[in-house]
Design a protein around this ligand. Sequence first.
Ligand code: HEM
Length: 374
Amino acid sequence: MFRDRPEAYGARLGREQATFLFGGGLAALEGDPWRARRRLLQPAFHPDRAGRLAEIAQEELMRLTARWDASAASGQAIEGASEMRELVQRIIQRFLFGRQIGRPGQVSGELFPVLFARLQWLYQPHSRLAERLPSHRNLRFRKALEEFDRAIDAGIEAGPPADLLALMAAAGLDLREQRDEAKLFMAAADALGKALTWLLYVLASRPEIARQASEEAQAAFGDDAPRLDGLAALPYARMVIQELLRLYSPSVLLGRQATADDQMGQTAVKRGTLVFANLYSAHRHPDFWPEPEAFRPERWQRDLPTSHEYAYLPFGKGSHTCLAQHIAVPLAQLTLATLAGRYQPALAPGARVEPEVAVTFRPRGPLLLSLSRR
Ligand code: HEM
């Protein structure tokens, strides 16, 4: 699907859903229009410009730690998933608009749960029919979508645009196009929030890994805040993130729709068939990963410690691969060094953490953690 005949799988699964939620932007475009839009947006994530994103991330992490210091001192538990989702939203909103949009926590805490629940529902049979009914769920969804659009439009109109929107405005994208792309970026960045939520779980459940990451951050930065330009001194943090994205990849399925007839091994694939690459299984396949279920950062001392180049695809493959893939790992490294260097999180007594798939891979229910200062 990705290697031998990518042209036969030209349509991204979820295109219809993506259009419904994100309008006609990058997520819904295919072929030449997609390539042109991608070329336009890619420079914002070029390592040369990514410094700005990292600078924002560093400031937001400082803001977070000021709050977490108070929670650590008072013994008040934090909820890891909402903390990481809000952290990532604050970063991406500043990168787009130069400020937060909507009411505090509105996008990540109020609107996203309704919008993502709907995105998942759209994959169910008969959903296109069900979506036309004036049900309570549909009305709630439409209201959330309208509020999301209004918050974004207000953010754009308040100007001047920050980094990512400035790029779109300079290229002549109109308000609707800018809004659609802004929505996609805000939703796509949530994958980083999911990965960081699992990172907190890993730090809480494997204190030895947290200790090693903390010692490395201390040795590299002392009491200063970790910085993007010092990440080369954090090889252990990089390996932890690579292993995190193997076992806790936010995407578990990559879907495409066949746009032509094809043959996959013994299986005839008819045009229109939905085909999924199962990342969850590939990342745990015993033929490609020794001790596949073990969380072992050390296996990443080699660049790609598996014999199969398609056995590790946390950012996808082929067209529509993650636009932010070259900056997502450094951002996660920065977060790891900052948080592990400062706290040892612990799971709340009696907490049972179980995974679930709801568009992305996440812990079911709240992730309650207590924090101790190092
Ligand atoms: C650990 C963090 C992240 C992971 C694992 C991840 C993963 C992915 C994956 C698997 C896809 C491809 C889906 C497909 O093939 O259908 C994707 C697409 C995308 N991601 Fe990410 N992502 C992450 C962070 C981010 C962030 C922080 C942003 C934005 C700031 C972002 C923006 C995008 C965009 C715009 C696309 C769509 C690209 C297109 O359609 O051409 N991602 N991501």
